[in-house]
Design a protein around this ligand. Structure first.
Ligand code: COA
Length: 139
């Protein structure tokens, strides 16, 4: 899978114990066309409250030294065809103060849904998450 300056290499599926709020996810490395590993993108498959309300179906990270090139935007673009084999629409979320992530989500033309308070019982709460902006994206 490829888009603009990046390609995705499938690494592994991370499994979880069934029955909880966490769901399994596909883990891809993000590489430049020159072969530098610049970050990763995860696609979480499931529709628990934790996914739909708090963390969304997609997570991405670009290593600090490679930021500033919108590589996460291209990674999301590259993963679209794979997402479409699972979902017509996915949820993307961001901390309200994560300006670069919100810019990437807007660039993807995702539709803003709402901003929620993270419930105390959500697994992200203990990691410090308190508020999330939620978006719906048609990949
Ligand atoms: C979010 C993240 C993946 C974006 O990395 P990236 O793809 O390299 O994105 P960029 O650094 O190119 O930034 C995207 C946009 O935000 C802008 N931006 C970046 N930092 C900014 C800041 N502090 N204030 C305002 N705008 C900022 C960039 O100028 C760019 O804008 P443009 O599209 O108008 O040019 C990266 O910051 C990261 O890995 N963060 C930690 C993990 C994370 O937060 N993941 C997202 C939640 S899953």
């Amino acid at each position: 899978m490829q888009s603009g300056p990046v390609k995705l290499n499938f690494e592994k599926i991370i499994g979880v114990e069934p029955g909880a709020e966490l769901v399994p996810f596909y883990h891809f490395k993000i590489l430049t066309n020159e072969g530098n590993i610049v970050g990763h993108i995860n696609f979480k498959v499931g529709d628990t409250n934790h996914i739909r309300q708090c963390v969304g179906h997609i997570g991405y990270k670009i290593f600090p030294e490679y930021r500033g090139n919108s590589y996460s935007y291209f990674a999301c673009d590259a993963i679209r065809p794979f997402l479409r084999t699972f979902y017509k629409k996915v949820i993307l979320t961001s901390d309200p103060d994560n300006v670069p992530s919100i810019k990437i989500i807007k660039k993807l033309n995702a539709k803003f849904l709402n901003e929620i308070t993270v419930p105390v019982q959500d697994p992200s709460y203990k990691d410090g998450a308190r508020r999330k902006k939620r978006y719906e994206w048609e990949p």
